[in-house]
Ligand binder design. Structure first.
Ligand SMILES: [Zn+2]
Length: 365
């Protein structure tokens, strides 16, 4: 047995060549007296396309580490966007997978930006339990002119929307965060601070890996991220310093709220994570969790898989076309056919106009 539902603590024992010091061997047992939790060493190599949930009970921290290889490569390669657009979309994919995979029900989690920068729109759609697809809209000339601009400048001003869709009979939930020239990490912090009031830190990284040799692709995309949240049992410990003084009269004392020591330690540790640690195939998510939190004892749960898959189908496209009026459909006919291309996966669906006439109803209606 390698994993159990109750999770595993990492042992502090050191394997050959491990970079981790053995001096904290005893801490796990001391910090957590439960003897029924198996202890083992962290896996050495990266398990790509996985989400690893973890918790650090001693600090009331919970989090997840996402590691994407073939999934992010498939999406970004199929679109062939300019590099800065691909990188930004890769970050949005990591963020969406981290948040969407935390849903405790079946449904879709959609992250969408709409803004006035060179990248006008990013859409990432996560369908539980494990499917992700993504696309972007951008202004090619402005991307070239922007050169190596920071991600926040590529997005510009606008908003980021996060939508939870549990199906046609359920209400949709949508959270909005303003984009004000900042990057997606910053937008995520804003969202959790204002809307959820959960102290949260997110790190996102995307890069192209270059490989030599005749076999295999010479370049491939990799991406990764870590999400950390402070969830103490006593809710008041999670209070954060006010972002705005509110409508307090001028001159009145601002209420300085010290941050909880456990959270300061947690967010400081996440701030030390380098991009390369999030994407290095030779560093497993477990080892990363261990290297960050081993002094306090870290418990990991069963990693969940994620894959790049589009949910479009001939049937769904047909139903969508039938929702238009006959006049609108007539306008879509080119060379005697209606052709629809999925913006997420570039699949093309070709219909005879008479296939979608009013007296030809969809199968499920
Ligand atoms: Zn598709």
């Amino acid at each position: 047995m390698i994993f159990s539902e109750t999770g595993f603590h990492f042992s502090g024992s050191r394997s050959e060549g491990s970079q981790f010091a053995p001096r904290r061997l005893y801490c796990l047992a001391m910090n957590n007296p439960r003897a029924d939790i198996p202890i083992r060493e962290p896996a050495p190599a990266s398990l790509d396309d996985t989400i690893l949930p973890f918790e650090v009970n001693a600090l009331d921290l919970r989090g997840r580490i996402v590691r994407l290889g073939p999934a992010v490569d498939a999406i970004l390669t199929s679109h062939d966007y300019p590099l800065p657009v691909a990188k930004l979309l890769g970050e949005a994919i990591v963020l969406t997978v981290m948040l969407g995979s935390a849903l405790k029900f079946d449904g879709r989690f959609i992250l969408q930006t709409q803004s006035d920068g060179p990248v006008r729109m990013l859409v990432v759609d996560f369908t539980s339990p494990d499917k992700v697809r993504a696309c972007a809209r951008f202004d090619a000339e402005r991307i070239v002119a922007a050169g190596a601009a920071a991600p926040g400048r590529l997005l510009g001003h606008g908003h980021l929307a996060m939508t939870i869709d549990q199906g046609p009979d359920m209400s949709r939930y949508q959270g909005l965060v303003p984009l004000e020239g900042n990057d997606l990490e910053h937008a995520a912090h804003e969202y959790f601070s204002r809307s959820e009031q959960i102290p949260t830190r997110v790190r996102l990284a995307v890069a192209e890996e270059f490989r030599g040799g005749e076999s295999g692709a010479p370049r491939r995309w990799r991406a990764g991220g870590i999400l950390l949240q402070f969830l103490p049992k006593a809710g008041e410990r999670a209070r954060q310093a006010d972002l705005h003084p509110g409508d307090a009269p001028p001159g009145s004392e601002t209420h300085a709220l010290p941050e909880d020591d456990a959270w300061v330690e947690g967010r400081s540790l996440v701030a030390t994570v380098d991009d390369v640690e999030l994407i290095d195939p030779a560093l497993s998510s477990e080892r990363l969790a261990y290297s960050l939190f081993h002094e306090h004892g870290v418990r990991v749960f069963r990693p969940a898989p994620v894959s790049a898959r589009c949910s479009c189908s001939r049937h769904s496209v047909e139903a969508m076309l039938k929702s238009f009026s006959q006049d609108e459909r007539d306008d879509m006919v080119e060379n005697g056919k209606i052709t629809v291309t999925c913006e997420f996966c570039s699949s093309t669906y070709v219909f005879e106009p008479e296939e979608i006439s009013a007296n030809n109803t969809p199968l499920d209606s």
